[in-house]
Design a protein around this ligand. Structure first.
Ligand SMILES: NC(=O)C1=CN([C@@H]2O[C@H](COP(=O)(O)OP(=O)(O)OC[C@H]3O[C@@H](n4cnc5c(N)ncnc54)[C@H](O)[C@@H]3O)[C@@H](O)[C@H]2O)[C@@H](O)CC1
Ligand SMILES: Nc1ncnc2c1ncn2[C@@H]1O[C@H](COP(=O)(O)OP(=O)(O)O)[C@@H](O)[C@H]1O
Ligand SMILES: [K+]
Length: 573
């Protein structure tokens, strides 16, 4: 499994400005430009080839000028196209331009037609994008995208692709479709959700010798298995099925019984001790022949069962009977997951909304897992509004319903009513097929039934669900034609391969273990302090990488995670 182990901080532009202010004395633009030049050097298809660099009117343009100077000095044939007035560049960017100019570089007003580009660099706009890209900037973006395609060359975006809103992941007008993005200081949420993943390509993080979290609290975090590893406890020997909870799934109206089976099978394979299904369709089968371990009941009997957690909604329909059942489910004191049709009923029925809010007063955990259209119904808006600010929508759902909320889709958002939010970086468009949401519900309810807290259950299930899809695709099962049911076994595999927190860290372990054998608490502390977390194969090489030894190639076998010292400046997602 190659999925992220470590959660990374994410910053919206306003929070990044605080870091910028705190580190104002440091030559950040020089570091950004140099890091970009290092990556550009490794990406360029020909050594010393023709590099086209687009520089914009702000500090993103400044980064571009610094990178251009370094690349010129390394022997590349650099053409910089600058749109704007030199005299109106901000101070740092103006200085970067002067250095470039003093070094013999010159800025062009249009893209030269002759060269065969080996690399294109986008330094038009970064986190300062204020409105949709239009006019000559849009023409430049369109041309850059077309040239990258025509010349089969990489397109490297500085900080974020121009036209992408780094806060939200929404495209604002013409947008650079980067093959690679080098993002400075810290990740931005918009790179990982909505349109971000499609437009950023492969993302490299250059920390610029800063430790962002020491300078300002992050706006959000990516989901890494470290966020839930404490709950990945090895099974104690003296346990039995009763130790792992009773998961229930309620739904399955006429012609939609399959949704409950998918959720039930996922709940079983994610470790629930027992799984009970309540099927609304009176003609539903009494047995799932492919998974006879599942116990099928009438809905009333399910609600009377001693459950540890309950998921409502898969294939539930919107009948009066379904609505009454949902009201009764809301009155139960167990963790309650509402998905699919349960969310549509919640959106339309005031008494259900009251019942869900009342759960929060009683301290009962409620979880909502809408896709964008279901979220739009719950927020009385439209899907485009939800997608325009996915994190905002998830946070609004969490606060309005006083529930944990998951906004599904590319870069799933998990939001808590207290304002914390997380962006998932696993997943694949292969998941865009019917039933994958039902599988996610089954995974979540399985973890809840095993006693996981609501937030950790959501983080783990969302992360593992995406990882499972990646695993299926990597093994040739998809992307086209991957079926929801096929994800389940992979999800089980991913869960069983997630390192529990008690597991020693690979690179710290030899030293830590020896220290423990010597019964030296001090040595154990030292071993952990200097080890990179999480496991990585390259310790101690990755504990600090001087600039000259940084591997320029993003695919180099280096730890994709920052070291605990915070000093390593190079990592890739
Ligand atoms: N935050 C920091 O400390 C650092 C920032 N750096 C770079 O600085 C960037 C942010 O710089 P800025 O705040 O100057 O912002 P940008 O360079 O992203 O863009 C702002 C400029 O573009 C104009 N503009 C915005 N949207 C436009 C549109 N649609 N059409 C035409 N013009 C538009 C603005 O009027 C302004 O002149 C980062 O993304 C990063 O690349 C780096 O130098 C590293 C350090
Ligand atoms: N393009 C995509 N990239 C990543 N994940 C996706 C993508 N499309 C769908 N998914 C995931 O697949 C699942 C689909 O859920 P949902 O829309 O509720 O499906 P269904 O109702 O058919 O079960 C969600 O977990 C969602 O995040
Ligand atoms: K850019």
């Amino acid at each position: 499994m190659t999925t992220p182990i470590r959660s990374e901080p994410l910053y919206r532009a306003a929070d990044l400005r605080r870091i910028e202010a705190a580190a104002a004395a440091q030559p950040l633009m020089q570091r950004a430009g140099e890091a970009a030049a290092d990556l550009a050097t490794s990406l360029s298809r020909f050594e010393g080839g023709a590099v086209l660099i687009l520089a914009g009117p702000g500090n993103n343009g400044g980064d571009a000028f610094v990178a251009a100077r370094h690349l010129r000095q390394r022997g590349f044939a650099v053409s910089v196209v600058f749109l704007g007035e030199i005299s109106r560049l901000p101070e740092d960017a103006a200085a970067a331009y002067r250095d470039f100019d003093d070094d013999g570089g010159s800025a062009l007003e249009a893209i030269p037609s002759g060269p065969r580009w080996s690399l294109i660099v986008d330094g038009l706009f970064g986190i300062g994008l204020q409105r949709p890209v239009s006019g000559p900037f849009a023409a430049m973006v369109t041309a850059a995208n077309a040239l990258a395609l025509r010349h089969h060359c990489p397109l490297l975006a500085l900080d974020c692709p121009s036209g992408l809103d780094a806060d939200t992941g929404r495209r604002c007008g013409e947008t650079i479709r980067a093959s690679h993005t080098i993002t400075f200081i810290a990740g931005k949420p918009g790179l990982f959700t909505g349109d971000g993943p499609e437009y950023c390509g492969s993302i490299t993080h250059a920390a610029l010798d800063l430790h962002a979290e020491r300078l300002a609290p992050p706006s959000a975090r990516t989901i890494g298995s470290d966020l839930f590893a404490a709950w990945l406890r090895p099974r104690a020997k003296n346990t039995h099925k009763g130790s792992f909870g009773n998961a229930g799934v309620l739904g399955g109206a006429s012609s939609m019984v399959g949704a409950v089976f998918l959720a039930g099978r996922a709940a079983l394979k994610l470790g629930s001790g027992r799984v009970y299904l309540g099927l609304i369709d009176a003609r539903a089968p009494a047995l799932d022949p492919l998974q006879p371990e599942l116990m099928l009941r009438r809905p009333e009997a399910l609600l009377a069962t001693a459950l540890s957690a309950l998921a409502c909604g898969p294939g539930m329909g919107g009948s009066d009977e379904a609505c009454e059942l949902l009201l009764r489910a809301c009155a139960l004191e167990l963790p309650l997951l509402l998905d699919a049709d349960a969310l549509n009923m919640l959106a339309r029925e005031a008494r259900l909304q009251e019942a869900v809010r009342a759960r929060a007063h009683r301290g009962a955990v409620t979880l909502l897992t809408p896709h964008p259209t279901e979220a739009a119904r719950l927020l009385a808006g439209d899907t485009a509004q939800v997608q325009a600010d996915r994190a905002g929508a998830a946070l609004e759902l969490a606060s309005r319903y006083r529930a944990l909320a998951v906004l599904k889709g590319c870069g799933t958002i998990v939001a808590a009513p207290d304002g914390r939010w997380f962006v998932n970086t696993t997943g694949h468009p292969a998941l865009a097929t019917a039933g994958t949401g039902d599988v996610l519900s089954g995974m979540i309810v399985a973890l809840l039934a095993q006693g996981w807290p609501g937030l950790e259950a959501l983080l783990a299930a969302v992360h593992l669900h995406g990882a499972a899809a990646e695993e299926r695709v990597a093994s040739g099962c998809g992307p086209v034609g991957l079926t929801a049911g096929e994800i389940i076994d992979s999800a089980r595999l991913c869960l069983n391969h997630c390192p529990p927190v008690s597991q020693p860290l690979d690179c710290a372990w030899p030293l830590a273990r020896r220290a423990r054998l010597l019964r030296s608490a001090w040595l154990v502390r030292v071993a952990r302090r200097f080890a990179c977390t999480p496991p990585c194969s390259s310790w101690p090489r990755c504990s600090f990488l001087p600039r000259s030894t940084r591997p320029p190639n993003t695919s180099a076998p280096i730890s994709p995670y920052r070291c605990s010292s915070g000093r390593a400046t190079w990592c890739t997602w």
